[in-house]
Write a protein that binds this ligand. Sequence first.
Ligand code: AMP
Ligand code: MG
Length: 424
Amino acid sequence: MTSLAQQFQAHADYHPETLPVDTGRRLIIDAVSPIVGTEHIPLRDALGRVLADSVISPIDVPPHDNSAMDGYGLRGADLAADGPTRLELVGTALAGQPCAARVGPGQAVRIMTGARLPAGVDTVVMQEAAQADAGSVTLAPGQRAGHNVRWAGEDLKAGQVALAAGRLIRPAELGLIASLGIGEVAVRRRLRVAFFSTGDEVATPGGGARDGQIYDSNRYTLCGMLTRLGCDAIDIGVVRDDPDALETTLREAASVADVVITSGGVSVGDADFTRAMMARLGEVLFWKIAMKPGRPLAFGRLGRDDRAAWMFGLPGNPVAAMVSFYQFVQPALLKLAGVDPLPATPLLQVPCATALRKPAGRTEFLRGVLYPEGGQWRVRTTGAQGSGILSSMADANCFIVLGPQQTAVAAGEPVSVQVLDGLV
Ligand code: AMP
Ligand code: MG
């Protein structure tokens, strides 16, 4: 197997000491490939899962020609060229209760939305344009043949691919699959992701903290982000700053998971012993990404055969850990989970409320708030932007992304924005 280092060195922009964000992301995405393993599950349980096989429509959708309106069904050829049209009423067609009548020339039926078109009917006129009495109906002038009808198969034809393998199942996909009469789907097995925090100072909430300790937040943000991605999130706890403890835990994590994510212990001081130890377990590369927050990042494999687990070592600072997860880990996890094509993250251009400054050469991810003002959307920062200030993430609804070349943004100038949550 070619080593990851060899694989990456071929890339023109590969500088482990100053790796551009886009290059790092590309290298990681290209290095991983989807996990194998399919399960058949009830459609109801499929939200957030990834289709393992394409869903082929077994039927036409809609299954029969039907009315798009409450009104009157008739033959389009009967509509008067100008002036009103008067037709004899010969029956009623309700949704789910088809009308047996054959509609001949000069005839019409009362018809409701979703009702199958009776034989002979090819046009529906909405009831607002009709006047009915006991046995007949008069239609206002100007009605059009073929209107207000939903034709069999106009959404999907039998045999057509309704959803391709690799599609992430959201509420719309659940409904679409249900509309085909399918009650069970083949999905990829869930991606197993084990995660733990490192650091002698890190204490688990609920258990009290010794003098000099802080409470763990990274395992909680990670658990949340992984769960939202539909992963099977395996919490391994907190590991002391001790090479033996770290090695044992990494081996254990790699044996149960497809991916292992750690936080802390990858900055310059710590990296020295972790680097040597990870080289023993597999191949893990330590990068300094040209970004803020989140400079140190480790990426590689634990184990040397096909059963090796992918490993991400995130920085310990809580904001840096989250930013690094969203920018590098999330796309890789989606690819591993079988999502295909990978969704593009929209970068919107939004006027920035205040002036911003930064040095050239690195990408910055400021925590921002998108807000409406005077009929248009603007963005401002959440305030203090330290990589340990987690309230900046909690208050944010977006990242303001300033590229490596950008150094100054004037108030009112558009900046790139990544929205954190859409309609969820
Ligand atoms: P490190 O990357 O291990 O040098 O940690 C950088 C900073 O992040 C230090 O201030 C750590 O105390 C803090 N930190 C590390 N892990 C966590 C964690 N799980 N939760 C909150 N803060 C952390
Ligand atoms: Mg540490």
